[in-house]
Design a binder for this molecule. Structure first.
Ligand SMILES: Nc1ncnc2c1ncn2[C@@H]1O[C@H](COP(=O)(O)OP(=O)(O)OP(=O)(O)O)[C@@H](O)[C@H]1O
Ligand SMILES: Nc1nc2c(c(=O)[nH]1)N=C(CO)CN2
Length: 185
């Protein structure tokens, strides 16, 4: 790997905003995503400012596989971009992710979509994420979490509507709270 530039490695003096996309289609995807969100919330250098509803989405990329659950988190962080991605990779490891088929099934995928206005073409961390602008499975939940979001100047709502997979994205209702008296003792 070629050396990472300093601006991907240097922690910011003040918290920066970032957008993180989660995906899962192997194992107990709902629980895996809930655990990942909890881990982001528990990190000392990450403040989660918004969590999208879950999206059920058809697989993109040509590999036959089950539907995904996707979700987007908005965070403020004092981690450098590379450290934030590494934390995501740690969570993928914790979820026992196996990297075998490109765009294949996975217990957990954590992608860094944008980090402040940083741009990078380093292959180990491309910013903004090079395929996010064409993926409704990222853009739709992002727009639910932040209806005013823009990606490189274009409203995320517009990009989401124009994406090839737009029609496959279904917003999952938030779980209703358990009915009084129905909890197991
Ligand atoms: N913005 C980014 N977010 C996540 N990974 C990135 C990013 N830019 C580059 N990468 C690199 O891409 C490599 C492959 O990542 P990953 O296995 O998550 O890809 P994928 O989910 O199968 O496909 P895709 O990149 O299309 O989402 C990783 O080694 C990672 O370092
Ligand atoms: N619906 C959906 N399709 C995908 C996804 C994903 O998270 N959701 N991730 C991929 C590789 O990042 C490839 N295809």
């Amino acid at each position: 790997m070629s050396q990472l530039p300093g601006y991907l490695l240097a922690p910011p003096a003040q918290p920066e905003s970032a957008v993180i996309a989660l995906g899962s289609n192997l194992g107990d995807s709902k629980q895996i995503l809930a655990d990942a969100v909890a881990a982001f919330r528990a990190h000392d250098h990450i403040s989660v400012t918004a969590v999208s509803p879950l999206a059920q989405t058809a697989p993109v990329g040509g590999v036959e596989q089950p539907d995904f659950l996707n979700q987007v988190l908005l965070v403020d962080t004092t981690l450098a971009p590379w450290a934030l991605l590494q934390f995501g990779h740690d969570l993928e490891q914790a979820a026992a992710r196996v990297r075998d088929i490109r765009w294949g099934p996975r217990t957990l995928d954590v992608d860094l979509i944008v980090y402040d206005d940083v741009t990078s073409d380093h292959p180990d961390l491309v910013l903004p994420h090079p395929r996010a602008h064409e993926r409704a499975f990222v853009l739709a939940p992002w727009s639910w979490a932040d209806p005013r979001a823009r990606l490189q100047g274009t409203p995320v709502t517009e990009l989401a509507a124009a994406a090839d997979d737009a029609a496959t994205v279904i917003q999952c209702e938030p779980e209703p709270p358990p009915a009084p008296g129905s909890e197991e003792s």
